[in-house]
Design a protein around this ligand. Structure first.
Ligand code: ISJ
Length: 127
């Protein structure tokens, strides 16, 4: 074909279809906003866990806890008719980011930059 696909038919979208699409997209936007807010709250909690672990010299990752979370989320996903493999991938994606944060917090705590309000510590002469 030589014509490009612009995403709408030449005669325009049927108004009833457009209305249904808009209604569904409004719900999608609300759900996306809720996901962002829930993730922000989750990261607030995991930052606190990261500080607690760093203060007590605990490792950033806890694979046994993660295994329990995956089993639980896979079961919840199945009940909710969501692909359990997707639920597991999604959790792993978030946890990987959390662990990176925890490693950074542990590093900052050990190197003292936590005392500078999170700004990089000025190296001592010769460091
Ligand atoms: C938040 C924690 O740290 C890590 C991150 C997890 C998470 O994001 O749920 C779970 C286990 C840990 O690997 C924790 O230990 O609870």
């Amino acid at each position: 074909m030589t014509t490009s696909n612009t995403g709408s038919p030449a005669g325009g979208i049927d108004p009833a279809v457009q209305e249904e699409l808009t209604r569904l997209r409004d719900s999608i936007d609300n759900i996306d906003a809720a996901v962002v807010h829930m993730l922000a709250e989750r990261f607030k909690c995991t930052q606190q866990v990261g500080r607690l672990k760093a203060e007590h010299r605990l490792p950033p990752a806890d694979p046994a806890r993660e295994a329990r979370q995956i089993a639980r989320l896979r079961a919840l996903a199945e009940d909710a008719k969501l692909d359990p493999a997707f639920a597991e991938k999604f959790l792993n994606f978030i946890v990987a980011e959390v662990i990176r944060h925890h490693e950074r917090i542990a590093d900052d705590t050990l190197n003292g930059s936590a005392r500078t309000g999170g700004r990089p510590r000025t190296p001592a002469p010769g460091e």
